[in-house]
Design a protein around this ligand. Structure first.
Ligand SMILES: *Cc1c(COP(=O)(O)O)cnc(C)c1O
Length: 423
């Protein structure tokens, strides 16, 4: 696989003593190229070559903050200080790049830290961003409350309509921010169409693929310039680590510099890197991503179909349903439709009642873990969007369908909706 970073100051080196394909001797000159392998093979092996000294089959958690030098500047394996580069973080970054088909991956302390690094690497005061009118509330807060203070302007539009995006661009638009499927309304944007619009306007296209994961959607190959993940969600997958990631291909930033180099510089200069233990947990999560996503998708499809037939449910928002407005686009650009299902009930009271009546679904923010979660976006995850173009309906409930027995999940929703008035 390609090297995770190219910055000669900070990037890891191919040391020459990393082994080639497991079981093959003698060691090759660098890590194995897994790019022609299938998704799960890459998930399990990219970045996780057996340790050349001990044979350990998984990367260690390298907690060292600093690395001994053989004479000033004589780095043994390219490492000098763990903010700049750390072997465990490199293992994760290599895996992320391999899974998205990118040139370089960058792991951060959270999804929002990744977004902040991208936005401030690419944008300068006076620049303009087009953002979705349905997106993760924290993304909107970052752009409208923090970046705005640095003179970056934004326009919120319906990203399922590429002509609306084109109409919103100005001569200062440097970035189109896309999220698909969206959080929490499960809207779908056509990534290829948006790439044409963004590139036609001289802007980059960023795609937040958190709901889709690299398993269900390959945004770079659809034309995106950078993929964003909250690895807190499906990539980590066990609700035990907060993290974020950026993955890029060969895109060039507005200033003419390769985006990979610009992000490598900003990751180190801004410093919100993933710690070694966090990086290790996300890497461990990625190895089972494909099997987990298949099960999440199986169960979400069952939940969506079941709730669609329930009299207390007014509308089920799930891109896998043939009646969903983004179904055809989703079927084209995603392998399957994901593990998130949102529903609209009769009113806010019914939504709050559902949220507090489940027993298997836990009432909590976040998503993408093995355990099923239920939440009320208007009062919880998206409270910061109140009064903005991103405000979400109060009758909305968001479900993160976990890996429990699906029959238990369906029975839990039935008992929670028992007695609810027809919508
Ligand atoms: C959770 C989330 C984020 C933010 O990630 P954190 O890891 O919480 O900082 C960004 N985008 C989407 C779609 C999310 O669900």
């Amino acid at each position: 696989m390609t090297q995770p970073q190219d910055d000669p100051q900070d990037g890891p080196r191919a040391t020459g003593d990393e082994t080639a394909e497991p079981g093959h001797a003698p060691p090759a000159a660098g890590p194995t190229d897994w790019s022609a392998s299938g998704f799960s093979t890459r998930a399990i092996h990219a970045g996780s070559e057996p340790d050349p000294q001990t044979g350990a089959v998984v990367p260690s958690v390298h907690v060292a903050t600093t690395f001994a030098q053989d004479g000033v500047g004589g780095l043994r394996a390219g490492y000098e200080y763990s903010r700049s580069a750390n072997p465990t973080r490199d293992a994760l970054q290599e895996c992320l790049a391999a899974l998205e088909g990118g040139r370089a991956g960058f792991a951060f302390a959270s999804g929002l830290a990744a977004e902040d690094a991208l936005l401030r690497a690419v944008l300068v005061p006076g620049d303009h961003v087009v953002i979705p009118d349905d997106a993760y509330g924290g993304t909107f807060r970052l752009i409208s409350k923090v970046l705005a203070r640095w003179g970056v302007e934004h326009t919120a539009v319906d990203l399922s309509d590429p002509s609306a995006v084109a109409a919103a661009t100005t001569d200062r638009t440097r970035l189109v921010w896309c999220e698909t499927p969206t959080n929490p309304l499960l809207g779908i944007a056509d990534v290829s169409a948006l790439a044409r619009v963004a590139h036609g306007a001289g802007a980059l296209l960023a795609v937040d693929s958190t709901f889709a994961t690299p398993y269900l959607q390959q945004a770079l190959s659809l034309g995106a310039d950078v993929v964003v993940h909250s690895t807190t969600k499906y990539c980590g997958g066990h609700s035990d680590v907060v993290g974020g990631a950026l993955v890029v291909g060969d895109a060039v930033a507005p200033g003419g510099e390769p985006l990979a180099e610009l992000l490598a510089f900003h990751q180190n200069a801004m410093g919100a890197v993933a710690g070694p233990f966090d990086a290790w947990l996300v890497l461990r999560g990625l190895k089972t991503l494909a099997v987990r996503m298949e099960r999440h998708c199986d169960s979400a499809e069952r939940v969506a179909a079941h709730l669609e037939a329930h009299p207390a449910v007014r509308e089920v928002l799930y891109p896998g349903l043939p009646g969903h407005p983004g179904h055809d686009v989703a079927a084209r650009q995603m392998r399957r439709f994901g593990g998130m299902v949102s529903v609209r009930l009769a009113d806010e009271a019914a939504a709050l009642e559902l949220c507090s009546s489940t027993r298997v679904f836990t009432l909590a923010e976040s998503l993408g873990g093995v355990e099923s979660l239920v939440e009320h976006p208007a009062r919880m995850t998206h409270a910061s969007a109140a009064g903005s173009p991103l405000e979400v309906p109060a009758d909305l409930v968001r479900l993160s369908v976990g890996l429990e027995e699906v029959e238990d999940l369906l029975a839990d929703l039935d008992q929670a909706l028992e007695g609810a008035a027809p919508a």
